[in-house]
Design a protein around this ligand. Structure first.
Ligand code: NDP
Ligand code: MG
Length: 398
């Protein structure tokens, strides 16, 4: 009988966080919950922290602290808020930490958790995109492990088990194509945030769902693949697979392709990371292949999804370009959600930010430490906001 494991969940109130809690709730005696964190949804955060007997609950927003305190009154769970509290929670010893904050905000807590030697289940792909070398070095230095939770990367990880990485010829990650897969190209310019926030197969947070429609999510995942598995950019491919049942394929030098097939349910990748190196039963649907009938594929067209072309440029440039790409993407997404720019302008904003900062910062500069990355992130947000100012003005006056 194994002892209880100490677990923390960063981004506990989100889609990945709630799926993680669902798995933990099914076997509560196996886990001791250290920290749960969230943002605005303090009601959910407090209820889960009290139910699971967490040591501490943290909201990233200071103004939400009174509400969190009130909701936790009498529960015995500590309440805290802000960036410093997030880092303090991440430094508390835990065996397994889920990194499921959305955006670059997930980087610092994940890195801190790795510095404690914990196993980091990494849903926050932005950490790898912005600071892959730092994440891998922290894990190595402190004896921690990073397990991918993004479904494609979990699939690649599983296809590589027991294999020799030098025999890998290519990695293919699949893309559903998102909300606008079958839309005529000329309609995309007027697509609304609500239309972009519906996904044909996956039930996810709003931001990643819109990123699926623009393929910025796949763009981040291509970069994540390069950083996580240290695979050359020209060996990484993507293909549109509307059924979202094959999550990734690894091609070997003998021509074999190993595919990972499963239902579009994140509890598979989360559960794989939770139980690694063992496999345990998971409450996910078992596929009936005869009933499914067929699996289809189409090319990932870079005219329809120019974010994929930008991802290639970023993979080749390396260095700080991932942090700049991600920060510009986050601001462009904010502006699209706020209806300040159109759907297609998100790519223009990111491309222009990369262009502008390649002169100012040096895209290829090494990712030396967290400060360097956060400075590039900050400069990219500033540049993107200026560009959005101009783009937005164009949108409303044309
Ligand atoms: P959600 O938007 O559903 O949840 C995000 C979580 O982060 C919430 O707990 C939110 O709090 C919290 N949060 C938001 N902003 C901040 C901030 N600035 N600082 C600290 N916490 C913050 O996102 P998802 O669960 O969909 O995605 C989480 C991560 O996992 C992303 O990196 C995404 O790309 C990745 N991922 C998600 C998949 C999915 O199926 N959803 C699949 C693969 C990867 P609150 O809601 O309380 O405000
Ligand atoms: Mg994914």
């Amino acid at each position: 009988m194994s002892a209880t494991r100490r677990v923390s969940i960063f981004g506990a109130t989100g889609s990945i966080g709630q799926n993680t809690i669902d798995l933990i709730r099914r076997d509560p005696h196996a886990y001791e919950v250290v920290a749960l964190t969230g943002g605005r949804n303090v009601g959910r955060l407090a209820a889960d922290a009290a139910e699971l007997g967490a040591e501490i609950a943290v909201t990233c927003h200071d103004e939400e602290l009174p509400a969190l305190r009130a909701a936790l009154a009498g529960s015995g769970v500590e309440a805290a808020s802000g960036d410093a509290a997030m880092i303090e929670a991440a430094s508390r010893p835990a065996d397994w930490v889920m990194s499921a904050i959305v955006g670059a905000a997930g980087l610092a807590p994940g890195l801190k958790a790795l510095e404690t030697g914990a196993t980091l289940a990494l849903a926050n792909k932005e950490s790898m995109v912005c600071a892959g070398p730092l994440m891998l070095a922290a894990a190595k230095r402190h004896g921690g492990t990073i397990l991918p939770v993004d479904s494609e990367h979990s699939a690649v990880f599983q296809a590589l088990l027991g294999e020799d990485i030098s025999a890998v010829e290519r990695v293919i990650i699949t893309a559903s194509g998102g909300a606008f897969r079958d839309w005529p190209l000329e309609k995309l310019a007027t697509a609304t945030p609500e239309e972009a926030a519906t996904h044909p197969n996956w039930d996810m947070g709003q931001r990643i769902t819109i990123d699926s429609a623009s393929m910025f999510n796949k763009a981040l995942e291509l970069i994540e693949t390069k950083e996580f598995f240290r695979i050359a950019p020209d060996r990484i491919e993507t293909v549109v697979h509307p059924e979202s049942l094959i999550h990734a394929l690894v091609g070997f030098t003998d021509g074999a392709l190993m595919a990972h097939v499963g239902p579009p349910d994140m509890r598979h990748a989360i559960g794989f990371a939770l139980h690694h190196p063992h496999r345990k039963p998971l409450p996910v649907q078992r596929l009936d292949l005869a009933a499914i009938g067929q699996l289809t594929f189409r090319p990932a067209d870079e005219t329809r999804w120019p974010a994929l072309r930008l991802a290639r440029e970023v993979m080749v440039a390396g260095g700080l370009s991932g942090a700049i790409f991600n920060a510009a993407k986050e601001r462009a997404l904010d502006a699209f959600i706020a209806r300040r720019i159109g759907f297609l302008q998100m790519t223009d904003v990111v491309a222009e930010t990369l262009d502008r900062l390649s002169a100012e910062v040096g895209l290829n500069d090494a990712v030396i430490d967290l400060d360097t990355v956060m400075q590039a992130d900050h400069l990219a947000r500033k540049a993107a906001d200026e560009i959005i100012g101009h783009q937005g003005a164009d949108l409303w006056t044309s």
